[in-house]
Write a protein that binds this ligand. Structure first.
Ligand code: AMP
Length: 455
């Protein structure tokens, strides 16, 4: 049995949910017994058919929170068109949620399909045309399929917007509103988000009817079972020295480590540098990598072939990679919320987690904002003595040369007349393009045609 540590309700079991037999059997196979807080809180409101907004971050069990009641209410239909649509921000999440649904429905005659951009739309349309019950998709591809007429929306009764904050951050706002406009008006809307921003409130206001709000844990509170550490490091190159040291020292403990950096460029740079030192089990993942590579990398990390995965914030949200032993924030995240998402990758389910953040002087302010946001104190320790301090800066760390704006002092112009004055004679000449053809004609007369014979 898995004990769900953060928000686990020991007194309630899934038996209290009065689930259908096929769902109950699936949960039994998965050895899931106790619901989490968000699952407990959202079950009845979702079943009641009301619109629901769930404030929950990944790791709280939010996926099952909307899947269980939605699947309980799903009825087999001979129609080939979907009844449930789930929108998520990334292709990886599409794959993950499709997998969760498949795990919950081995005893049900339900077809789920996942669609996302960057893959062949015709193949996806072909799969859809064979008949589906649930579609999980990224917003852009969902809209394209619907507008092409490949995806029929007529029978959609439930719409789930999962990780809506991330979808909005990624710029999917227009697609989401368009989808909300073209779906059948008689439907249930469910939305899940780690935080509640003004933009989300606006969406709720416009498209949701009297939504019930359920919350897993106050947003911005890191999961309790994660120990947090911070180390002061002067620059990128010294951070590399520290990272190598930590990997070397903790080889036994570091079984599955996510290393977060703030840009794709740095991710590749760090990967190359660590590879040169011969550390085994390295991997790198960011949005510039191909779809296939991203899938494979995540799988290799899940399986353990990759032990140290360097990543950008692309995968700090949503992905359920279990048993991440350590999260290393090689860079302090720019957004305070991303800190929560990053460290939330470790300490999942029943595992304890550890997060270490490298704080350079360039990032002290960001770090302080994060501490304010999480309402916790994490002291910044000094650099261990045996770490070589490098004074070689990378371009991003070079001090910027500020160009002083010099104000020219011009003499005051008094009693000056109008800006117009008569041109001097030599400047009055007008450039006229010479007509060479006419000049030749004037000089030599009409040319003889080539074909003309001499008489
Ligand atoms: P989520 O927050 O939906 O990404 O779920 C995080 C992880 O918790 C997934 O691996 C789920 O399979 C697992 N999980 C979800 N609900 C429960 C539960 N009630 N008991 C134990 N594990 C769960």
């Amino acid at each position: 049995m898995r004990n769900f540590a953060p928000d686990f309700i020991p007194m309630t079991t899934f038996k209290d949910f009065n689930l259908s037999k096929p769902l109950w059997n699936a949960l039994d196979d998965l050895q899931l017994i106790h619901p989490t807080v968000i699952q407990e809180k959202s079950f009845s409101p979702i079943l009641s058919g009301k619109d629901v907004i769930g404030i929950a971050q990944t790791g709280t069990g939010k996926t099952l929170a909307y899947l269980l009641p939605s699947l309980k209410q799903w009825n087999f239909s001979k129609k080939a068109t979907p009844q449930i649509a789930i929108l998520v921000p990334t292709r990886e999440l599409v794959a993950q949620i499709v997998e969760e649904i498949e795990k919950l429905t081995p005893y049900m005659n339900l077809v789920v399909v996942g669609t996302y951009g960057g893959a062949n739309i015709r193949t996806q349309a072909e799969t859809i045309s064979q008949g589906i019950d649930v579609i999980v998709s990224t917003p852009g591809r969902f809209l394209d399929l619907a507008l092409n007429g490949d995806l029929v929306l007529r029978d959609i009764k439930k719409l789930v917007l999962d990780e809506v904050d991330e979808m909005l951050d990624l710029g999917f706002r227009t697609q989401i509103t368009q989808i909300l406009e073209i779906l059948p008006p008689r439907r249930q809307n469910l939305m899940f988000s780690a935080t509640l921003s003004e933009e989300i409130e606006a969406l709720l206001h416009e498209y949701f009817v009297d939504p019930v709000k359920v919350e897993a844990a106050p947003a911005g509170t890191p999961l309790e079972q994660i120990t947090q550490e911070a180390i002061s490091v002067p620059n990128f190159n010294t951070k590399i020295n520290l990272l190598k040291h930590l990997i070397h020292e903790n080889h036994e403990l570091y079984t599955k480590v996510l290393i977060f950096v703030d840009s794709r460029k740095k991710a590749d740079l760090l990967h190359e540098t660590l590879e040169e030192t011969g550390i085994p089990g390295l991997g790198v993942m960011h949005s510039n990598k191909s779809q296939n590579l991203r899938f494979n990398t995540v799988n290799e990390f899940k399986e353990g072939t990759i032990r140290y995965l360097i990543a950008t914030d692309l995968i700090s949200r949503g992905l359920d990679i279990s048993e991440v032993s350590h999260v290393i924030n090689f860079d302090v995240p720019e957004e305070a919320e991303n800190y929560i998402h990053r460290i939330g990758r470790t300490g999942r389910a029943d595992a304890k987690g550890h997060a270490v953040t490298f704080v350079s002087p360039f990032e002290t302010k960001q770090w302080e904002t994060i501490l304010e946001f999480i309402k916790q104190q994490v002291t910044v320790d000094g650099l261990p003595e045996n770490i070589a301090v490098s004074d070689v800066l990378i371009p991003e760390e070079m001090p910027r040369v500020e160009h002083k704006i010099i104000q020219l002092k011009l003499p005051k112009r008094e009693n000056v007349g109008a800006a117009f004055h008569e041109k001097k004679d030599k400047n009055k000449k007008v450039n006229v393009r010479k007509d060479w053809k006419k000049a030749k004609m004037d000089k030599y007369g009409k040319p003889k045609t080539r074909g003309q014979k001499k008489k």
